[in-house]
Design a protein around this ligand. Structure first.
Ligand code: ARG
Length: 573
């Protein structure tokens, strides 16, 4: 479906052209003076110089040619030469009717690329903590948006499963004389103990490093233990991500990149791109015009061990082979910015990915506590993801009970789970990803204000109106959407018309927060409209039917939007 602003712009282009002016740059935008008009066109101002005419005269000539236009109910010029526009009610209603029946609300599937989204990045054997929350939440949303706009999209969890933590665990098992495989519970105790010990015990740390080296170089015993740890950890990770409504198409990790490292390094050397510097193997990635120095990308340490950059580059080799992606998007903590600059440059320079492949880094900020410091548990420890989820869930359950709900215990629990997820995800996603934000449980779980629960509350309210309407014998299909009966209905319609362009912009900017801003506006528009309109008691059946169709559309747009954000609404709350 053609975008509303494009239709209106084309109508203005026609008028400018008919009045004898160049129409190339003519556009209509939303008004920045909503008290005066709904849309505006400033084209006359830009043409004045070239035409040797006052902008007001040009605007007048154009406005005459908009008389009788079916698109506008008002077109007037104001000094010095702006054109103020109001959209015609009938045209708006017909546009919304088309949107209501169109696939994806009229969004055109222009994107048809192969996209890999790399998000998650949990380190195996360490419990998931809140540091992994943002990657999961933002990455999942970006992946869903990419799919929705028509891309063939794969999410890769890219586990940290090949590093020192594995050596630490195996070293600790050896010291304890464990001759059987650990359970998940044992593992979650062994790793922190080993990590703690390595800080003070140099010999232990060296042992762990040797084991890590052995593991990475094919030691059978270590590999057996590694496989076992992977099996039990992956099962546990799946469960945890499930609770977040996050899932991955690809469950690969750093270890899977290992076989690609040796041939990759060989080629880099052969092509003369990697060279030795102080014993290490590096690739230069600085570029002219760099504001800050970008140090060479280290490929191998002096002892021949590979690094984080090495596995990321080798993973790109593997992705090229297996998926041949047009774009790879990394959703990782923004403090890894430099790492990705180096990896992307080295990948292009060494022809690991073709020049036209788009490599993007969506770096996110830190989730802070109310004290402005990285979020911690009450006693100052690292908060486990599960504990955070539980805490928010309890809070939501408590709020619902306070509100005096007549739901059964099971219904209450189901709703509380959905509200909790919405609170957490919306609280995160409504901020621009790069920014830090404060995790404020009271604010996030509130049913009022710019929160996830408020959006759900609005949806539940619509569902309840639709139920009531049906109980009264109303049929909810095939109703014609009529011209808006009042200003709040018109605003609601205008916001609904903005869905497709908003999605496009959320995709182009990798910006789920634009979806949040949009649904908050939509929920506010709906609530204002609902406040001023008596839907259920309306006598005029055509009018009532039109309203029902309109709120059904509002509900589906909200449902689609929150699905893209990765949460869902309960039936009641
Ligand atoms: N495991 C890494 C960490 O915890 C994050 C991995 C991000 N993805 C990537 N391809 N490097 O810091």
């Amino acid at each position: 479906m053609k975008k509303l602003l494009d239709i209106l712009s084309d109508e203005l282009k026609r008028a400018f052209k008919e009045a004898g002016y160049d129409d190339e740059k003519i556009i209509v935008t939303a008004s920045n003076r909503p008290d005066l008009c709904e849309y505006q066109c400033n084209g006359a101002m830009a043409l004045a110089k070239e035409a040797h005419k006052a902008p007001f005269m040009i605007a007048e000539e154009v406005v005459t040619r908009l008389e009788g236009s079916g698109y506008f109910s008002k077109a007037e010029c104001v000094k010095p030469g702006f054109i103020n526009l109001d959209i015609s009610d009938d045209f708006l209603a017909s546009y919304i009717s088309e949107e209501a029946t169109a696939d994806k609300f009229g969004l055109e599937n222009k994107a048809s690329k192969k996209v890999v989204v790399d998000y998650g990045g949990p380190n195996v054997a360490k419990p998931l903590h809140i540091g992994h929350l943002r990657a999961a939440i933002i990455g999942e949303a970006v992946k869903r948006i990419s799919k929705y706009v028509g891309n063939d999209t794969l999410g890769d969890i890219h586990m940290g499963d090949w590093g020192l933590q594995m050596g630490l665990i195996i070293a600790e098992m050896k010291e304890r004389g464990m001759d059987r495989m650990p359970t998940l519970d044992e593992l979650s105790e062994i790793y922190p103990a080993a990590s703690e010990k390595s800080k003070s015990d140099e010999a232990f740390k060296n042992k762990a490093m040797d084991i890590t080296f052995g593991l990475q170089h094919g030691n059978e015993e270590y590999l057996r233990i590694w496989r076992h740890i992977m099996d039990i950890s992956v099962a546990d990770l799946k469960q945890n991500y499930d609770k977040l409504n996050v899932s991955f198409e690809i469950w690969k990790g750093e270890a899977d990149a290992d076989p690609y490292i040796a041939p990759m390094v060989e080629k880099m050397k052969k092509d003369g791109l990697a060279y030795e510097s102080e014993g290490a193997l590096v690739v230069d990635v600085s570029e002219e015009g760099d504001a800050k120095e970008v140090p060479p990308c280290m490929i191998l340490k002096s002892d021949g061990a590979s690094l984080y950059t090495t596995t990321d580059l080798a993973t790109l080799v593997q992705r090229e082979q297996d998926y041949d992606p047009d774009a790879v998007i990394y959703v990782v903590d923004k403090r890894q910015d430099l790492h990705f600059v180096q990896v992307f440059r080295a990948a292009k320079k060494c022809c690991i990915v073709p020049e036209e492949t788009k490599l993007s880094f969506l770096g996110f900020g830190t989730m802070n506590g109310k004290d402005g410091k990285p979020f911690k548990t009450r006693d100052g420890g690292v908060m486990r993801l599960e504990s955070l989820l539980d805490e928010v869930y309890e809070k939501c359950l408590e709020r619902m009970k306070e509100n005096g709900s007549d739901m059964t215990e099971d219904e209450l629990k189901d709703a509380a789970g959905k509200i909790a997820l919405a609170a957490i995800k919306y609280g995160d996603l409504s901020n621009e990803a790069r920014k830090d934000y404060v995790f404020d449980i009271d604010k996030f779980t509130s049913f009022e204000g710019n929160t996830g629960p408020y959006i759900l509350y609005t949806m539940v309210r619509i569902k309840s109106i639709l139920r009531k309407y049906q109980e009264n014998g109303g049929k909810a299909d095939d109703m014609k959407i009529l011209y808006p009966a009042n200003a709040s209905e018109k605003s609601l319609m205008m916001t609904l018309a903005g869905f497709a362009p908003m999605i496009e912009s959320a995709w182009e900017g990798l910006a789920p927060h634009r979806i949040c801003a949009y649904i908050y506006q939509l929920a506010n528009d709906f609530n204002k409209f609902y406040h001023e309109t008596k839907i259920i008691s309306e006598e005029d059946k055509a009018r009532q039917g039109s309203w029902i169709a309109l709120i059904k559309l509002t509900l589906s747009v909200l449902e689609t939007s929150i699905d893209l954000l990765g949460f869902e609404a309960p039936e009641a709350m």
